[in-house]
Design a protein around this ligand. Structure first.
Ligand SMILES: *Cc1c(COP(=O)(O)O)cnc(C)c1O
Length: 405
C-alpha cells in the first residue's frame, strides 16, 4: 500500500485531482483553499533573480507596478475600439506631457520608426503602403544625426527606408540639409558626446524648416524630462514605458505635433499595409502605460529618491568595511538617473575578479545580477529591487569579497 506521504506526492502531480481533500472530491473552485499558483518560471527551469543591475532589456527591464497590473487585468476583461482608446488616452497623455498629441507605442524604438514614417508619408495612404521603399515616390529619404549620437537605436529610423547622414558641427548640418532631408534626430543620453546641444538643434531645424526629434528612452527621472523637450520645441519625443516608469516593457510614448502623430498612426495597428503592423499595442498596454505615467508623474519623487539613496548606502556601508575595498556613489546626469554604486578593490588584497564575483552572485541562492564586472569592480543599483532586497545583496557581496581576502 502507498504511504500517505507518497499518495499525496503522487496526487499533487495529477492536476485533475487537485481538489481531492480528505477523501472527498470537491470542485477546485468551490474549496475555501485557493488552488496553488503555478510557478511557471520553475516549470520551465528559468532562473529568476534579484536585479541589482538596472533597467536592462535582456534582464526583462523592470517590474510593473501593482496599479499597472490592475489596469492590464481590468482592460483584459472587456472589448473596445482600439482607435477610440488611443484617441482618448492619447489626448489625456498629451496634456500631461505638454505635447499637441501623443500615442502609446510598443516602445521608444517603435516610436522613432512611427514618428519618422509619419513625417515621410503624411496621411497619404499610397505613401504609407510604399514604405520602406522611398525611391521614385517623391518622399524625403535622409535623417541627420550627430556622430556622437550614432548608436544602435538609429536602426529604428533606417527601418523606414531612410539613410542616416552624420554631422559634427553646425556647418556640417547646414551643408547636409537638402531637399531630401526628412528629420534631424537627437539622442539625449549621448548629448555630451556631440558638439550641438538641444536648443541649438531645435533652432537649426526651425531655421531650415526641418522637423526635429529626440530619443529620451531611458532618461526619466527626472520627471520633468517628460515635458521639457516638448516645451523646447522638438517635433516629436519618444520615451520607454518599461524602464524607470515601470509600465509594460512592450510600451512607450510617442509625443509631438498633431499632424505627425496623426500620420504616425496611419502606420500603426489596427491598420495594416504598413511597416508598423507588427508594432502592436493593445488595450492592456495602452491603459497600463497610462497608469504607469500617471503614477510616475504624481509620485513623491523626493521620497523615492531617498529610498534609492538609503538602499545604496546600506550596500555601501556593508561592503566598505572589507580590507582593500573602495566604494563610490555616482549619479549619471543623462540617462538611468539613479544613485549607482561602484564597488572596487585592490586585486593584491582581494584576490578575485569582478567577473568571478558576478558569476558567484549569479550562481548563489537567491541568484543576484549586478552590473559591470570590471577587472576588480562591480556595479550596483537598487532602483529595480523590491523593498528589503538590498539587505540580501549587501550580505552576499560582502560574503563573496570577504572569501577572497
Ligand atoms: C531602451 C532604449 C531604446 C529602446 O526603447 P524601447 O522602449 O525598449 O523600445 C531606445 N533608445 C535608447 C537610448 C534606449 O536606452
Amino acid at each position: 500500500m502507498l504511504s500517505r506521504r507518497k499518495l499525496i506526492k503522487r496526487l499533487s502531480t495529477v492536476p485533475l485531482l487537485g481538489g481531492l481533500v480528505g477523501g472527498f472530491s470537491v470542485p477546485a473552485e468551490a474549496g475555501t483553499v485557493a488552488a496553488p499558483k503555478r510557478d511557471l518560471f520553475k516549470e520551465f527551469g528559468v532562473r529568476t533573480f534579484i536585479n541589482a543591475a538596472g533597467t536592462l532589456t535582456y534582464m526583462t527591464g523592470s517590474l510593473m507596478h501593482d496599479e499597472v497590473l490592475e489596469a492590464i487585468n481590468y482592460a483584459s476583461k472587456e472589448f473596445c475600439l482600439l482607435d477610440e482608446l488611443q484617441d482618448k488616452v492619447g489626448e489625456k497623455i498629451a496634456k500631461m506631457v505638454h505635447s499637441e498629441a501623443a500615442v502609446v507605442t510598443s516602445g521608444a524604438f517603435s516610436g522613432m520608426t512611427l514618428g519618422l514614417a509619419g513625417i515621410l508619408t503624411g496621411t497619404d495612404q499610397k505613401k504609407v503602403e510604399a514604405l520602406p521603399h522611398l525611391e521614385g515616390t517623391g518622399m524625403k529619404s535622409e535623417v541627420i544625426c550627430q556622430k556622437g549620437h550614432d548608436i544602435v537605436y538609429n536602426h529604428a529610423l533606417t527601418n523606414t527606408g531612410c539613410k542616416m547622414v552624420m554631422v559634427e558641427t553646425v556647418e556640417d548640418v547646414e551643408k547636409a540639409i537638402n531637399e531630401k532631408t526628412a528629420l534631424m534626430h537627437f539622442l539625449h543620453i549621448q548629448s555630451d558626446k556631440g558638439k550641438i546641444m538641444h536648443e541649438e538643434w531645435v533652432a537649426l531645424g526651425k531655421k531650415h524648416n526641418i522637423p526635429t526629434s529626440i530619443d529620451i528612452a531611458a532618461d526619466v527621472p527626472p520627471t520633468e524630462n517628460l515635458w521639457k523637450f516638448n516645451d523646447m520645441g522638438f517635433s516629436f519625443v519618444v520615451v520607454s514605458g518599461g524602464k524607470a516608469m515601470r509600465g509594460p516593457q512592450s510600451a512607450g510614448l510617442l509625443m509631438g505635433k498633431k499632424d505627425i502623430i496623426a500620420a504616425a498612426r496611419m502606420h500603426m495597428p489596427p491598420r495594416g499595409f504598413n511597416i508598423g503592423r507588427g508594432m502592436k499595442v493593445n488595450k492592456e498596454e495602452i491603459l497600463g502605460m497610462y497608469v504607469a505615467l500617471e503614477k510616475f508623474i504624481t509620485q513623491d519623487y523626493t521620497k523615492l529618491w531617498k529610498s534609492w539613496e538609503d538602499g545604496v548606502a546600506h550596500v555601501e556601508n556593508t561592503v566598505k568595511t572589507i580590507n582593500g575595498v573602495k566604494t563610490e556613489v555616482r549619479v549619471n546626469p543623462l540617462g538611468n538617473h539613479t544613485p549607482s554604486l561602484r564597488i572596487s578593490w585592490d586585486p593584491a588584497v582581494v584576490k578575485v575578479t569582478g567577473k568571478q564575483v558576478q558569476e558567484a552572485l549569479r550562481n548563489g541562492d537567491p541568484s543576484i545580477e549586478v552590473g559591470g564586472g570590471g577587472p576588480s569592480s562591480i556595479g550596483v543599483t537598487v532602483w529595480m529591487m523590491k523593498p528589503g532586497q538590498e539587505k540580501i545583496v549587501a550580505k552576499r557581496i560582502k560574503e563573496e569579497l570577504s572569501k577572497a581576502v
